[in-house]
Structure formats: C-alpha cells, structure tokens
Design a protein around this ligand. Structure first.
Ligand code: SAH
Ligand code: SF4
Ligand code: F3S
Length: 467
C-alpha cells in the first residue's frame, strides 16, 4: 500500500465497500490455483473470502467438465444457489453468481439458457477479466459471457499481490493440451498448450517462498511438455526449469510437478530425478490402460512396453521413486483381454496410489461417437476389480514405511491436542506429537503406525534412513 501522511483520509479515498466472496472449486489442481488467483484479482474490489454461499455477495463456481458426474454436480449446485439468490432478493439484497472453469467454457451461452439466473460465465483463459465482469454485473448488467481464448496471456494480467497459499503451494507453469486423447475434453476447454516464461515462473516462486511456501508443485495439464521462454531467448524444458528453481530459490525445500504425459518424459527430466535432491521421489504418470489396442484407440501414442521401460529408467535414476497413475476402464472397444492387460501392467509396476474412473462419454470427443461403447455393468465390475488391486498396492506401499524414519514437512495442527499433521516426500499425510512451532519445518519422523489414509510417527533425532 502507498505510504501516506494521512492514513485515515487515504483510507476513505481508497475504501471499497466490504463484500463477501465464496468460491467453490471442482476438478484438478489447476482449478484450485485459478480459484486462488480469482480471489486475488477481486480483492481490490473489496471482496474478501467467505466460507459459505449463504451470506456471500458473489458466489463463483469454478467447474470441471472431465466426466459427466462432474458436470452434473455443477447444475445441482446451481439449483441450490438459485434458491439462495431468490431468498436474498426477497430480503432486498443482491447475490451475484458466476460460473467459471471448464463447464463454463464447454457450455458457454447454453449455460445461460439453462440457468438464466447466472450473472457471469467465464472460461479458464479469461479469469483475469473477472474484475471487469464483476464491476459490470454490480452495475446491473446481466448474463455476461466471456469464453474466448484471448490473444493476451491471463498470467500477465493477474495481480502480483496474492494471498499466501501456506507451506505448500501450487504454481501453474503450463496450460492447455495439444494431445487430444480420444476421451478427453481438456484440449477443448483449456485450449492449446501454452508455457509461461521462465522469468515469470521464477518471480512467482520467489514470492511464494517469501510468503512461507516450503514446497511448490508446478502445475500443467501436460506439465512435462513445458517449453518456456528463457531470459536469453532460448526455450527451456521442464528439467531445466526445475534445476533453476532448485538452484536459485533459497528456502525452497521441495519441488513436485503434475500432471505428466509418458510421451513427454524426456531423458533430461529423468536425469533431474537423479540429480535434484529437492525434487520429490513421487511421480504422477497416468497410463490410462495397459492394453496396446486401447492405448492406440485412446491416441496416447505410446505402448505398454514404452511405459514399463520408462518406469524402469525412472527407478534406475531414483530408486526410491514411487508412482501414481490415472486409469480409465471401459473405453469404447475395451475387451476382457484388454482389461486383463491393464491389471497385468498394474501388477508389474506396483503403484503407490492411483485414481481410476469408468469411461464417461464426453460430447464432442472422438470416443463418445464410437458405436462399441462398453455397458455400464461391465464398467462397474472392471472398476471394482481394478480398484481392489490398486487399494491393495497402496496399503502395501504404506505398510513398507513401518519403522522407517522419513522427512516430514509439518503443516498444521492435527485432530488431537499437541499433534501436527505433515506430508511425506511420497505425499502421505503423517501425524506426530510435535510442538506447533514446528509447522513449516522439515523433521525426521519414525513411522510407528499405518492407518488407511495416513501414517503416524514420532519425532526422531537426528538421522534419516538412507533412501
Ligand atoms: N492432463 C492429465 C489428465 C487430466 S484429466 C493427463 O493427461 O494425465 C484427469 C484424468 O481424468 C485423466 O488422466 C483420465 O484418467 C480421466 N479422464 C479424462 N477424461 C475422462 C473420461 N471421459 N472418462 C473417464 N475418465 C476420464
Ligand atoms: Fe486430456 Fe490427454 Fe491432454 Fe491429458 S494428455 S489433458 S488426458 S488430452
Ligand atoms: Fe476438470 Fe478442466 Fe481440470 S475439465 S480436470 S477442471 S482442466
């Protein structure tokens, strides 16, 4: 804020009426990041975060279109908000509703037809225009729509001042996707692939660390396709960016990146896993299917053998690397034999965790139009079988930590008095009795118990187990 000799009068001239902002976020981490940036962008208009839609002056739904269920949830929530908005109107108050994110992008004007009480619809690439749209809606304009893929870069227009994210932070470095997997809406909702310049990423990482972040996760729909412009005009890949962040940002203790495509996992990035100690030994590397036939139909552009070889190379570079993945069962044309190949791949790799989904036809994507859709009951059965196997692998992975001493980044108080919850290098939540002053610190913890979704341990001094 500008210093002033007359703080009170300065306050009067810059004062904006207090308004309450509630943002509800679905979907991937990039939406979480975008929601935080939207809140930052609206702060100068006087909007402060509010925990519920009840009592909020502006509600933003930051939406996900990836599967049918995700989209349905948005319309269910809109029904609830309409009732709230009507009740507020009866009381002589106004509540604005904005729909942002991938459903907004995909549905566009159709969304305003289906839900005419929505004031603003804006796509993921126009979040920087939100303050203008909100100001116009406040002035009484209705049904504002902005779902362009504008030529300007939203990141250049979002404010630098940001509310702190805490000890762990997200940083979007890449957006959009050019891969066009047969089943996926992302290339349509997020648009063409785009990498932020190196200098912008470094500046944001410095700000995040200055605000207390110890761990940063670099985000992108296809993050390992990153190819940002470097200060000398050359182009850097993700590996080079990671090395720069590790070397140039003192105080940054941990780095991660997500989500990666196997085809874009180059030698430089594999080597970075060997050479960069702050790069965490956990990698989300979606494979989707273990069948070559299905991988081809999905337009994934790699075989199961390519994936297995890639995993071997990664583990050779970083022996303690754990993997997670996404799977889709019941892609059109998937046979029992194809599904068995997926189970076999899972057995061979051994995943620390995974997300798995029934194929959900998305309008406008090539797979949705195929005649050989798999019936719902088959999808259900395959999903249950795959999930049982993945759950088992996750349990075994977690159980392998019993008695080991690992480094934990402490984050916040736990449920019990005197307890802190932290995060392991492998993204497991870990709780231990520890003084509150250790929040934000990395400490060795000896694991003493394994719970279904977390590990428990006690502070250890002084040595860590060798990896
Ligand atoms: N950019 C990421 C994934 C984005 S979507 C990547 O390339 O891996 C996250 C996951 O949702 C995908 O990995 C896929 O497993 C799943 N998914 C995407 N479209 C889907 C669909 N139509 N039906 C079911 N699952 C889908
Ligand atoms: Fe979707 Fe495929 Fe792009 Fe991932 S790589 S965002 S699954 S099109
Ligand atoms: Fe969903 Fe859009 Fe992310 S469709 S997964 S919010 S890119």
């Amino acid at each position: 804020m500008r210093p002033s000799l007359h703080p009170i009068s300065a306050d009067v001239t810059t004062h904006k009426p207090a308004r309450r902002l509630h943002i509800q976020t679905w979907g991937c981490q990039m939406n979480v990041y975008d929601s935080a940036r939207m809140a930052d962008a609206l702060a100068p208009l006087g909007y402060t975060p509010h925990p519920t839609p009840e009592g909020a002056d502006l509600v933003i739904l930051n939406t996900c279109h990836i599967r049918e269920k995700a989209t349905e949830k948005v319309f269910a929530e809109l029904g609830r908000l309409k009732r709230l908005k009507d009740a507020r109107a009866k009381a002589g108050e106004r509540m604005l509703i904005a729909v942002a994110g991938c459903v907004a992008q995909a549905e566009g004007a159709e969304l305003l037809r289906r839900a005419p009480f929505v004031d603003i619809v804006l796509g993921p690439q126009t979040t920087h225009r939100l303050p203008t749209l909100v100001a116009r809606a406040e002035a009484g304009e209705r049904a504002l729509l902005d779902t362009e893929f504008p030529p300007e870069d939203k990141f250049d227009h979002l404010p630098e001042e940001a509310a702190p994210q805490g000890f762990t932070a997200f940083l979007t470095v890449q957006e959009g996707c050019d891969r066009f997997c047969s089943f996926c809406v992302v290339p349509y909702t997020r648009g063409a692939e785009f990498s932020r310049p190196v200098a912008a990423v470094l500046a944001e990482a410095r700000r995040l660390v200055a605000q207390g972040a110890r761990e940063i996760t670099l985000l992108g729909q296809n993050v390992n396709a990153y190819h940002g412009e470097a200060p000398d005009g050359s182009e850097w890949g993700l590996a080079r960016l990671i090395r720069e962040l590790a070397d140039r940002i003192p105080g940054l203790a941990r780095l991660r990146y997500t989500t990666s495509h196997p085809v874009d996992m180059d030698e430089a990035l594999i080597t970075a896993h060997r050479d960069v100690p702050i790069l965490m030994p956990f990698l989300h590397l979606p494979v989707q299917s273990g069948s070559d036939r299905v991988l081809k139909a999905m337009n994934r552009r790699h075989t199961r053998e390519d994936y297995l070889r890639l995993v071997d190379r990664l583990r050779a570079a970083r022996p303690d690397l754990a993997l997670s993945s996404d799977f889709i069962v019941g892609h059109p044309g998937e046979t029992e034999e194809d599904f068995a190949a997926t189970l076999d791949l899972v057995q061979r790799v051994g995943f620390a965790s995974a997300f798995s989904f029934k194929y959900s036809p998305r309008p406008g994507t090539p797979a949705a139009d195929r005649p050989d859709q798999v019936d719902e009951a088959t999808k259900e059965r395959r999903l249950a079988e795959l999930q049982a196997l993945l759950r088992d692998q996750q349990a075994r992975f977690n159980a392998s930590f019993l008695g080991r001493t690992i480094e934990v980044l402490f984050l916040e108080p736990g449920r019990h008095p005197g307890q802190l919850v932290g995060r392991s290098p492998w993204l497991q939540p870990v709780h231990a009795q520890a003084p509150a002053t250790l929040a934000g610190d990395l400490r060795p913890v000896t694991i003493t118990a394994i719970h279904p979704n977390s590990l428990a341990g006690r502070l250890a001094e002084p040595a860590l187990d060798a990896a």
